[in-house]
Design a binder for this molecule. Structure first.
Ligand SMILES: Nc1ncnc2c1ncn2[C@@H]1O[C@H](COP(=O)(O)OP(=O)(O)OP(=O)(O)O)[C@@H](O)[C@H]1O
Ligand SMILES: [Mg+2]
Length: 501
């Protein structure tokens, strides 16, 4: 599983770079990836390198010049590589090793031809070898949506930028529904002066925006009908004692669909009377105090016609990107919206499953959650855990965005088949991804630590190996985008190969 190769002194090489090993006896080539690089010297003497370094120091102290030229011929570097596969008429896993002393060279675009069919229609960047960006677009296939997508990186490594690229791609191809829940207010207009958002994408027909704060541009106000909120949804947000839960059930029974509004509007005494004096005033008070938060922004309405849920689901089924900006809300309100909308989408798709013809026409829908570790912690009970487990069948996928994948329940994270791994500083975060990725990324530890902002690995069952990619910088990509409809023509660039054996 490890092949060593040697290069001359001074030959540049990077961890993560992909190289080709030529096969003298057949057309087949081996594609390998550099995992580590070592120094070496041709000498029988033990510690020859250290001895010469000592000499250099000594000469330096004596103001003498150390003659590197004299010993250069003895110096080399060795690359340690892992096999990615064998490129022949098809691409296949490697079951053999290259001959001794095979030639190793840098790759050129033609070596990656085989990847074209597996690199999907939702494009987000270019293929990368080390930090060299190749003129070869990379993305994920829409098939991956119901199998869930994870975007994991330490803060500042490019998660939000990647999300904007996913949204832009979805807006251009119009084949999938994409719901983005935005608690940071960064996706509509970029959030900061120099950044750009989805409103700058120039695809107003493909974008529908909902917000409870004022936005500079067309948007819809955000309302949920109280009839759409279930006790289970509230339980996701707050801990309730048994008596409090029973009290809410009684209220639901007594007031019907509008139970939440009634609980909020009526006085404690009136509620107590309506519920047959069965509950402590303190119990009712706690419930009312918690509801106050939800009614602060007039988020919950009595009138089901005002609710945005149907509009959002229809837009998603119409292959649009739906942005829900919750940035002026408290966390509880924001989580309530995520919960209620996700459940509504999932249940609507489940309902349509019975109508085969309709269901077949339904596009896969992706629901993106920022700070996903907050809602994917316990496996039981939450709607998100349920979608992670059953969404595949009902064309509903989750896109979890998180800085701390280690906090996500391990059973849930194993349901995420496509992973975008960006730079992750914490070993425990890398470990959990290593264990759940559908490709072996255990040997890519060095590489993952060295990723710069925007550099990612895509591990997915739909690609033959974890594909290294440089995500477009959204702002830069938008500014270079040709007029709507024009296609970018890919050029082929070859890189000279020399110096590897
Ligand atoms: N693909 C990229 N190419 C170049 N630079 C990038 C790329 N992606 C991100 N960056 C740089 O990194 C910065 C932070 O990116 P971004 O806001 O997407 O990170 P994040 O992972 O969402 O961070 P946080 O966890 O704080 O939300 C960007 O402002 C940009 O300067
Ligand atoms: Mg972010």
């Amino acid at each position: 599983m490890e092949t060593r190769f040697r290069m001359n002194f001074g030959e540049p090489l990077q961890v993560g770079e992909m190289l080709v090993v030529e096969n003298e006896t057949s057309e087949d080539r081996y594609l390998i990836r550099v995992m580590d690089i070592l120094h070496g010297a041709d000498s029988d003497e033990k510690d020859w390198l250290v001895t010469h370094a000592g000499q250099a120091l000594k000469q330096d102290a004596e103001m003498d010049v150390f003659d590197l030229e004299r010993i250069k011929g003895k110096l080399y570097c060795a690359g340690i590589s892992i096999p990615l596969g064998c490129i022949g008429t098809t691409f296949r896993k490697t079951k053999t090793i290259p001959h001794h002393f095979s030639k190793v060279r840098r790759t050129d675009i033609r070596d990656y031809e085989f990847l074209k069919e597996s690199l999907g229609d939702i494009q987000v960047g270019n293929l990368r070898s080390g930090d060299q960006v190749l003129d070869f677009p990379v993305g994920i296939t829409g098939q991956a949506i119901p199998h869930h997508i994870g975007i994991f990186a330490t803060t500042g490594m490019g998660k939000s930028n990647l999300m904007k690229n996913l949204a832009l791609s979805c807006m251009s191809i119009r084949r999938y529904g994409f719901l983005i829940l935005d608690p940071h207010g960064e996706y509509y207009d970029g959030g900061e002066a120099k950044k750009r958002g989805l409103k700058h994408a120039g695809r107003p027909d493909s974008l529908v925006v909902f917000s409870s704060r004022k936005l500079d541009g067309p948007y819809n106000s955000l309302f949920l009908a109280s009839s759409e909120i279930e006790i289970a949804d509230l339980q996701n947000l707050y801990e309730f004692t048994e008596p409090q839960k029973e009290c809410m059930q009684s209220a639901q029974y007594r007031y019907g669909e509008n139970w939440l509004v009634e609980l909020n509007d009526r006085s404690v005494a009136a509620i107590s009377k309506d519920l047959g004096e069965k509950y402590h005033e303190g119990t009712i008070n706690v419930i009312k105090r918690r509801l106050e938060n939800l009614f602060r922004l007039d988020l919950v309405t009595r009138d089901p016609k005002l609710s945005v849920t149907k509009n959002i689901i229809d837009s998603l089924h119409d292959c649009k990107v739906v942005l829900v900006d919750t940035s002026n809300m408290f966390e509880t309100e924001e989580l309530l919206i995520s919960t209620v909308l996700s459940r509504a989408i999932f249940e609507r798709n489940k309902e349509l499953y019975g109508d085969k013809e309709r269901f077949d026409r339904l596009p896969p829908v992706l629901i993106a959650l920022e700070e996903a570790q907050r809602v994917l912690t316990e496996a039981k009970g939450s709607i998100f855990a349920q979608i992670a487990r059953e969404g595949r069948k009902f064309k509903t996928g989750l896109c979890a965005v998180s800085q701390q994948p280690k906090l996500i329940d391990s059973e849930i994270i194993s349901q995420f088949n496509t992973l975008f791994v960006l730079g992750l500083a914490d070993r425990r975060d890398r470990d959990i991804l290593k264990n759940s990725a559908k490709q072996d990324i255990s040997q890519l530890e060095n590489e993952i630590q060295m990723l710069m902002p925007g550099e990612a690995l895509i591990a997915s069952p739909f690609t033959p190996f974890a594909v290294p990619v440089k995500i477009h910088l959204y702002e830069e990509y938008l500014s270079k985008l040709p007029a709507k409809g024009a296609e970018k023509v890919a050029s082929t660039r070859t890189v000279p190969d020399k110096g590897f054996y």
